[in-house]
Write a protein that binds this ligand. Structure first.
Ligand code: EPU
Length: 425
């Protein structure tokens, strides 16, 4: 149990390379179980969720070797187990991607019901509906999802809502099913396209990823490939809001700017100066940011994962910023903590209103989930005085060495083990 300590009020300045995307990396790792040969996955971020997925791969019998900071070699072992280790799988939500890949590969799979951030009900009915359409049966038993099929066959799936997880999961299962699967109302997120590209690089046939209709034609075997994970648009967006909130001037490299159109638009609307090149984004803060409204939506709308970081910034903007969280029922846990630092945010169900305040004051706050943690770090960077952020284990799930990287931008930030905590007076 550790905490992050921030001496705030220093504008972030400099250049930072954005790492690989968490939500792609975790799906690519599960997809690697599809092949009998060796695949190389590059640009995977060094985060807890990636290490947990690698632990699951090893536990089911895959050989996984790390070569260099971001590069992993993954090869089939002698025997692939359809039973994933429940004690590891419950640690994160993305373990459910083994449902798709192991169903395809083994015709049978057991995965513990998924964990992950507590931000709403997060059912998996759309995943199960898709597997059923592919001729698999499911059973919920002993807190596990158990899938089975005599023969996986292509099917027709219409998703009731835009869901990243179910789109990727059904795509993974369909990649080895006999015949063609058509998925309609598929999610448009860049991570869906990334997984489709990886499946195709291994010799699969996925067409239409990035549109609402995806066609997957199953193949019998997959081969080897070298594949690089896309940059993390959520990490990039987090640093963009941190730059704006701290009054800084930060250039992010290794970004795909089109993935961040909604974020760039909102920052510009609030008065920030944003320069975009082919693969960099520079944020030059405006000392008098204006309030803007945020409604979270599936891609290409404003991403729910950046609602909390955006709120940390907009709570300091002049005027009233309104937030409408349409993806999750309870993703405003950070508002109360931001209020402890001086924000004036009122939450009402899936809506929140921030009346802009002059500034934050350092306080002791607790991250209750990954993106809430990021928002508290942003507030701490902007605050006068010292901020102590507990719940660092949530932040470590998705941000690669956030403390070191913010230090490289001039922030006075460090992390400390709980036993060494000084008494706060
Ligand atoms: N939904 C259902 N039934 C389903 C699947 C989804 O009702 O079978 C609902 C969800 O409850 C939610 C909405 O559909 O209200 C969208 O869920 P989606 O399936 O898109 O989310 P996810 O795949 O579980 C991923 C990311 C989340 C991110 C969402 C939305 C991973 C591992 N997680 O979750 O990331 O918020 O897509 O973009 O890829 C994060 O990184 O902090 C994070 C929570």
């Amino acid at each position: 149990m550790e905490r992050i300590i921030i001496e705030g009020g220093i504008p972030l300045k400099g250049t930072l390379r954005v790492n690989g995307a968490k939500n792609s990396a975790v799906a690519l790792l599960a997809a690697a179980a599809l092949t009998d040969e060796e695949v190389v996955l590059d640009n995977l971020p060094e985060i807890v969720d990636v290490f947990v997925m690698i632990d699951i791969l090893k536990a089911i019998g895959m050989k996984v070797t790390r070569r260099g900071k971001f590069e992993w070699h993954i090869a089939a072992g002698d025997h692939l187990n359809y039973q994933t280790p429940s004690d590891i799988a419950v640690k994160l939500r993305a373990s459910y991607y083994f449902l798709g890949s192991l169903l395809a590969k083994k015709g049978k799979v057991n995965v513990a019901l998924p964990g992950g951030c507590q931000i709403g009900a997060r059912p998996i009915d759309q995943h199960l509906k898709g597997f059923t359409a592919l001729n698999a049966t499911h059973l919920l038993e002993d807190d596990q999802v158990k899938l089975n099929t005599e023969h996986l066959k292509g099917g027709h799936v219409f998703f009731d809502m835009s869901t990243v997880g179910a789109t990727i999961n059904v795509m993974l299962a369909a990649s080895m099913a006999e015949g063609t699967t058509i998925m309609e109302n598929a999610a448009l997120e860049p991570e869906v396209i990334d997984v489709a590209n990886f499946i195709n690089a291994m010799g699969g046939s996925v067409r239409g990823a990035g549109t609402e209709t995806i066609r997957v034609t199953g193949v019998k075997r997959f081969g080897s490939c070298v594949y690089s994970c896309i940059p993390d648009r959520i990490e990039a967006g987090t640093f963009m809001f941190a730059a704006a909130a701290s009054g800084g001037d930060v250039t992010l490299s290794n970004v795909i700017p089109e993935h961040l159109d909604a974020v760039v638009a909102k920052l510009r609307e609030s008065g920030q100066e944003i320069d975009v090149t082919l693969d960099t984004i520079r944020v030059k803060a405006n000392p008098n940011p204006q309030a803007v409204n945020i409604k979270t939506l599936p891609h290409p709308g404003f991403p729910t994962d950046l609602q909390a970081p955006a709120m940390a910034f907009l709570a300091l903007a002049q005027g009233e910023s309104q937030f409408h969280e349409t993806i999750y029922e309870s993703r405003f846990g950070h508002a109360e903590e931001l209020n402890r630092m001086g924000a004036n945010i009122t939450v009402n169900g899936q809506r929140a209103v921030a009346q802009g305040v002059e500034g934050y004051v350092g306080a002791e706050v607790t991250a209750t989930n990954l993106r809430a943690g990021a928002s508290l770090v942003i507030a701490g960077l902007a605050a006068q005085g010292t901020t102590y952020v507990a719940g660092v284990e949530h932040i470590d799930r998705g941000y690669d060495r956030i403390v070191d990287r913010l230090q490289s931008l001039g922030a006075k930030i460090r992390r400390e083990s709980r036993p060494n905590w000084p008494k706060i007076v």
